[in-house]
Ligand binder design. Sequence first.
Ligand code: PLP
Length: 380
Amino acid sequence: MKFATKVIHAGNATDPHTGSLMAPIYMTSTYLQESPGESQGYDYTRANNPNFVILENILSSLENAKYATVFSSGLGALTGLISTLSQGDRILGIDGLYGGTYRLFNSVFSRFGIDFYSIPSPTPEALEKALSQKPKWLFFETPTNPLLEVFDIAALVKIAKKHGVLTVVDNTFASPFFQNPLDLGVDIVWHSTTKYISGHSDVVGGAVMTNDPEVKKGADFARKAIGLNPSPFDCWLITRGVKTLTLRMERHESNAMQVAQYFETHPKVKKVYYPGLPSHHNYEVAKRQMRGFGGMVSVEFDLSLEETKKLISNYKLISLAESLGGVESLVCHPASMTHASIPVKERHKQGISDGLVRFSIGIEDIVDLITDLETTFSVI
Ligand SMILES: *Cc1c(COP(=O)(O)O)cnc(C)c1O
């Protein structure tokens, strides 16, 4: 099945009792057992629910994975994954992680003896050296957040495998429409389904996808044992949202490309970060491993911090808000919003300057978006 068919038909579960074409929402905490300990596959919704399974069948299909486990949020999914490690285990990251991911490693799990360390850029030398400290995982995002660096997944996997280290990739930014890390040898993919997968900024969710039955077992156990389960209603919403993923991603991308091109020649712009521009230093890698370049565009304006803040607070259509991947365009200021949880020094070291602005380009008409961007320059 091709992607555009999978988003509609994979995992679809017509209700056998009524013929309801769309699966109902199973708002139940518990399930009738035929005799003590003998359920029909479900016993308590913290452990499992039919709406979880329906969504998992879709998501595993979209990532070409054997298994998926859905969670209450992206960070819930990551918490579940990290909980499968033990005290004394180490995680090697590559800079450019979502701020909340960084915070989870450094402000929570570090206190439980799970050590996170990172390298700024995965050159083969730096990676070999860092891997010799025997981490359990090599952990990264590509494209990164918010600078949209693209890492060569297959090349990183090859080096990690040589050291017997599992690779874990956050595929939220690309979405499974543009990139399938498992096909490139990655062991575990996770998503914030809050973003492109659900696509309407009305629900929070997360998921883990893998071909490894042990990872699936660990994720399911963590969900039940820690209480990281989503609500059946939220899973139903995400199941509904994902059906238009193909159409949305095509439009996100074509709009983002036009916004990036518009900014690239603008006199008030110092630098545009978009992996679909041939001027992007990872353009060739992106073209090779992705089927498109996504809907995120970051920009460094040639403006003072105050002017930048004024500009992005005055757009008419583009809302000043955290998050991304919804049908509506959003703008954010990473240094004071999404990445405020990263200490200033570390943030600057990672190239997240105070003048950097991140756009999540929505699926509105491109003429209206460019008009909003252009006319708002008049406020400064
Ligand atoms: C939002 C986001 C997360 C966290 O997901 P939540 O659903 O907010 O918990 C993780 N990674 C990336 C890239 C994100 O954008």
